[in-house]
Ligand binder design. Structure first.
Ligand code: ADP
Ligand code: 5GP
Length: 215
């Protein structure tokens, strides 16, 4: 049976082409998800989803590339119109994944990467369990502390909050398919890349369409 794709009321049945895979890269704040995804996207043929956020842009960030920066009212409107695949409040700011581009890419056979927090990943898992869920771990809580401090954007109180949240969040690793420890960045990127390539090489009902060309 061909795989069907159901995302919050959207239904696609792709006869002609293998649908894309949805890779969800998630983990506590400061583990290096963003850094890994920035490198990963240069090494694999996939689309990195651009999230919507109510956070103020940082100096280097570009509208529509880093995020879609919106007001609280816009964010509420997007939720009420069913435009978000998932959304969460992460340390006081709201973040969500626009549904339409993700659905369109998957339908067209393109792989999509979501770099999102754990609350969001769990929502995606409920709506789209066929996704591939990858948990990024820091080498240790102490190294996580150093990384968050090194990023220079958090106060001591905010660092303490993120570390206590991280300890709780790590328990959710059980819900994921794979984990990668982000110790040496290059190795972590290579491991995430290896997971994506292994997933693409899985023999399943859909991939058996390749048999056609050998008959
Ligand atoms: P996240 O997206 O998970 O919140 P970031 O990608 O912003 O995390 O990374 C947090 C900080 O840690 C950044 O300053 C980043 O440069 C640094 N970092 C990421 N990966 C590594 C690594 N493997 N070794 C050392 N520092 C890293
Ligand atoms: P930052 O503000 O540092 O860019 O991101 C803060 C946190 O929000 C990170 O953990 C990041 O993964 C998460 N995040 C970014 N976009 C989304 C999203 O669309 N949905 C969810 N749930 N989390 C997101």
């Amino acid at each position: 049976m061909k795989r069907s794709l159901v995302i919050q009321g959207f239904f696609y049945y792709n006869k002609a082409m293998k649908s894309g895979s949805l890779f969800v890269i998630s983990g506590p704040s400061g583990t290096g998800k963003g850094t890994i995804c920035k490198h990963l996207i240069r090494r694999i043929d996939a689309e990195l989803s651009v999230s919507m956020t109510t956070r103020i842009p940082r100096a280097e960030e570009v509208e529509g590339v880093s995020y879609f920066f919106v007001t609280d009212a816009d964010f509420d409107k997007e939720i009420s119109e069913g435009g978000l695949l998932e959304y969460a409040n992460v340390y006081g700011n709201r973040y969500g994944t626009p549904k339409a581009p993700v659905c369109a890419h998957l339908k067209n056979g393109k792989d999509v990467i979501l770099e999102i927090d754990i609350q969001g990943a769990l929502q995606v898992k409920q709506n789209f369990p066929e996704g591939i869920f990858i948990f990024i771990l820091p080498p240790s809580i102490e190294e996580l502390r150093q990384r968050i401090r090194g990023r220079g954007s958090e106060t001591d109180a905010s660092i303490a909050l993120r570390l206590s949240e991280a300890r709780k969040e790590i328990e959710f690793i059980r819900e994921y398919d794979y984990y990668v420890i982000n110790d040496v960045l290059e190795d972590a990127v290579a491991n995430v890349e290896a997971i994506t390539r292994a997933v693409k090489a899985r023999v399943d009902a859909e991939s058996l369409t390749i048999l056609e060309q050998y008959r």
